[in-house]
Design a protein around this ligand. Structure first.
Ligand code: ZN
Ligand code: ZN
Length: 191
């Protein structure tokens, strides 16, 4: 049969359509149905993002009450949409279906984080729940993926007779010292 006259049935609208009504020969839905689906998807993400934005404002007010400190809040809807469009969990790295995506504050607002684009990321509901209000770096250190980092800190704490927490703070302080020094050097080089 001539390819131009060949018909293929769309799996969504069930209409037999010519091959060029599909984006690719192997697609099961016609262009029209795929476009409709994308529009629908964008609408859903937007609804989800708008809810997440409202929730983040509520959490910000709660954290302000708790700490008595004002918290920077510059988050916009488009930034939340962008963040939730990512299909990968920032913590376990797994692909997350849209319904399981949630907005996470990398540094929790009650621990000094702000409600801004640089402090949010996409996490699966499971990781978000087990992270709770831990700063992201601590949560990652506790998860199985960071076994090596944990082993290192465990070793330091054992050999130095300190708690895991003390050893971690010590290592974090040395990292801060390193970055402060480099920032200082960069400033001096600019003088
Ligand atoms: Zn169709
Ligand atoms: Zn996850």
């Amino acid at each position: 049969m001539n390819r131009a006259t060949e018909l293929k049935r769309c799996s969504k609208c069930k209409q037999p359509k010519p091959i060029d009504a599909f984006y690719r020969e192997n697609r099961s839905q016609c262009k029209e149905c795929e476009r409709e689906q994308k529009k629908h998807f964008r609408g859903r993400i937007k609804g989800k993002a708008s809810q997440a934005l409202q929730d983040s404002r509520k959490a910000r007010r709660k954290a302000e009450e708790l700490t008595g400190e004002p918290i920077t809040d510059e988050l916009t809807l488009i930034q939340v949409v962008w963040t939730l469009s990512s299909a990968e969990c920032s913590y376990c790295g797994k692909e997350i279906p849209e319904s399981e995506r949630s907005l996470d504050h990398i540094t929790p607002m009650k621990h000094g984080g702000s409600n801004t684009f640089d402090n949010i990321t996409c996490a699966c509901k499971c990781c978000n729940a087990s992270k709770n209000d831990l700063p992201a770096i601590l949560f990652l250190l506790q998860s199985a993926e960071s076994r090596e980092a944990r082993k290192l800190i465990d070793g330091v704490s054992l050999r130095g007779h300190k708690s895991f927490h003390e050893a971690f703070i010590e290592l974090a302080d040395s990292a801060k010292f390193y970055f402060d020094k480099r920032a200082e050097q960069a400033l001096r080089a600019n003088e």
